[in-house]
Design a protein around this ligand. Structure first.
Ligand code: ATP
Length: 198
């Protein structure tokens, strides 16, 4: 497997809290890299550091320079007063054809809601919109922080199929607590607890 990102000897604190202490891990190219571990251990912090959104105290992260990241954040980060379609168009500009975008809305069951403002969407609809937005963007690495929570069983399984179809062969970094997702998208599994040397 080809290495995409290497995290070495990472030390990260928030005030008195030591989140990472000499932490090491590797992310592989064109694979599903699945991050797991108990709540509050630092999964989101690690993802944010990989994307350059968060600094760290010491250590090194190589392989992120000049890469384009696309992301599904835990909190969706959608513009609530704009429609689903507008949310996508604002991020993509004119890079994708309308037909292609509408196909994606159909794929995730949002076609009939495409002209409704996002504040009228349910939690699960917002998640699906955030996933579509991330998938349609141009990226080298796609990062997803627990993207499938809040979905009902049927929608969940449909979304997993859709996600797999769209991301197979790409470099994917997925944070999840879900055992099924870990198995299905765990070409490489990273247990955030296992490599912390106190
Ligand atoms: N901006 C911040 N300021 C202070 N402390 C923070 C900040 N962000 C995260 N932390 C702390 O860092 C630790 C790791 O948080 P993080 O959100 O990365 O965990 P997580 O593994 O993603 O949790 P979850 O699975 O619940 O999303 C926690 O103790 C958290 O309180």
């Amino acid at each position: 497997m080809k290495v995409e990102i290497e995290v070495s000897n990472l030390y990260k604190t928030y005030g008195e809290i030591v989140v990472f202490n000499h932490y090491n891990c590797t992310f592989y190219s064109q694979k599903y890299n699945c991050i797991t571990g108990p709540s509050g251990m630092g999964k989101t912090t690690l993802l944010r550091m990989l994307m350059g959104l968060e600094g760290y105290d010491r250590g090194e992260i190589t392989g992120i320079e000049g890469k384009r990241f696309s992301c599904v954040f835990q909190e969706n980060r959608l513009l609530e007063n704009f429609t689903g379609l507008e949310n996508i168009n604002m991020v993509l500009g004119n890079k994708r054809e309308e037909k292609e975008i509408l196909k994606e809305f159909e794929n995730v069951g949002l076609y009939n809601s495409r002209h409704l403002p996002v504040y009228t969407y349910s939690g699960g609809m917002k998640r699906r919109l955030a996933i579509v937005r991330a998938i349609l963007a141009d990226y080298d690495i796609i990062v997803l922080d627990e993207p499938f929570k809040e979905l009902d069983e049927k929608t969940y399984l449909k979304c997993l199929d859709y996600f797999e179809e769209k991301t197979k062969g790409k470099t994917v970094i997925l944070s999840t607590h879900n055992l099924y997702e870990m198995e299905r998208f765990g070409d490489h599994k990273i247990d955030i607890e296992s490599n912390i040397i106190q």
